[in-house]
Ligand binder design. Structure first.
Ligand SMILES: *Cc1c(COP(=O)(O)O)cnc(C)c1O
Length: 371
């Protein structure tokens, strides 16, 4: 039996006719850009996150980019981000002309370390980007307190954390803005690219909306230079079919995470030095976009799983400070030991909701055989 890292068709099959009907509805309307589907989705997601503004955009990457544009971040500004995340988090900072100031992560949660953020704030700091990696929020109280003291914005990279809560509040509702991705592998995935920006301030939300369409509120009249960062109607229609199921899908991922814990204990794997399961903080929920473990001899374990037909992946093998394109930032190897350790010993296992108990047992048995 092979176990894929992600099985999108298992989610698609039961919703197939509903999804195709939604796509047909858009095709029949011949309205593809900024129509009723996008507007409804924006309302539904604003309600879910609990914010006054939610703006559908072309991707999670563009969500980060347009959020930074709306916050007037640019050359001469510093933006603090963890060195360990998906590339877009730091890539967008460079694209906008600002300087990423990288910080190390908390080894338990893989999220940026608030103490490191405190040490990285300078008079040039314009924003902090906490990434809620793998599905669990960063230490937002500490980050918000530092940001407000320094007078800087907080851009939540919630691309992996739709529906995750922190002390009862939703990811994307705590900072100045929140950025989400609907890339197909995210917990709420489109049939292509898509994203969302949330704003806790309505004026800022309005500006993001204008920047989404070339900085013009009235067609062909431009207050400022924006871009084409639009979400299209087909993606919005697909997302609206999926959205009512998000909660159940998240619960299924959480159930699977609990099952992995029981299986690891059952097979005695939790006793092996260096095997570490995801740490859940008690004041926030984990929505398990990824289930990332640490394991000694990670590359050998990964090779064994793959040879056994079990999907697994390393998120992420190279922290930002060691990326070729960021060498000009001047960070040395060893600068961020926790991120480097995570890059060397972490491994993501299949966690999608439709995974069966037998499949999970197979994954854990294969790890046991390789360890
Ligand atoms: C997926 C992701 C992004 C980018 O989203 P896209 O929709 O792929 O552009 C940004 N940050 C993080 C943490 C992500 O996981």
């Amino acid at each position: 039996m092979s176990v894929p890292l992600l099985d999108l068709s298992a989610q698609y099959q039961p919703l197939r006719s509903e999804l195709l009907a939604a796509i047909t509805r858009v095709c029949d309307s011949q309205r593809f850009i900024l129509g009723p589907e996008t507007e409804s989705l924006e309302r539904e997601l604003a309600a879910l996150v609990g914010v006054p503004s939610a703006i559908g955009v072309s991707s999670g990457t563009d969500a980060l980019l347009v959020a930074m544009m709306a916050l007037d971040i640019g050359p001469g500004d510093e933006v603090i981000t963890p060195t360990y995340s998906f590339f877009a988090t730091a890539g967008c900072v460079v694209r906008i002309g600002a300087t990423p100031v990288l910080v190390d992560i908390d080894p338990q949660t893989y999220n940026l370390d608030p103490k490191a953020v405190a040490a990285a704030i300078t008079p040039r700091t314009k924003a902090i980007i906490p990434v809620h990696l793998y599905g669990q929020c960063a230490d937002m109280d500490e980050i918000m307190a530092m940001a407000s003291k320094a007078g800087v914005a907080v851009i939540e990279d919630a691309c992996q954390s739709i529906g995750a809560t922190y002390k009862g509040r939703q990811a994307g509702a705590i900072g100045t803005t929140g950025c989400f991705s609907f890339f197909p592998s995210k917990n709420l995935g489109a049939f292509g690219d898509g994203g969302l920006v949330t704003a806790t301030d309505e004026t800022l939300g309005k500006r993001i909306k204008i920047l989404r369409t070339h900085g013009g509120e009235r067609r062909y009249y431009h207050q400022e230079v924006g871009g084409n960062f639009r979400l299209d109607e087909l993606q919005a229609a697909v997302l609206r079919v999926k959205l009512p199921h998000l909660d159940a899908w998240t619960k299924a991922r959480q159930t699977n995470a609990a099952r992995y814990r029981a299986l690891f204990t059952d097979r005695g794997l939790d006793k092996i030095d260096g095997v570490v399961l995801p740490v859940e903080r008690s004041d926030r929920s984990h929505i398990y976009n990824q289930f990332v473990i640490r394991v000694p001899k990670r590359d050998a374990v990964k090779a064994h799983l793959q040879a056994s037909g079990i999907g697994c992946e390393v998120y992420y093998p190279v922290p930002f400070h060691l990326q070729e394109c960021f060498q000009h930032l001047g960070y040395a190897q060893g600068a961020f030991p926790e991120a480097e350790a995570a890059a060397n010993n972490s491994l993501a296992l299949p966690i999608y909701g439709e995974l069966t108990e037998a499949q999970q047992a197979e994954v854990v048995d294969a790890i046991a055989a390789a360890s």
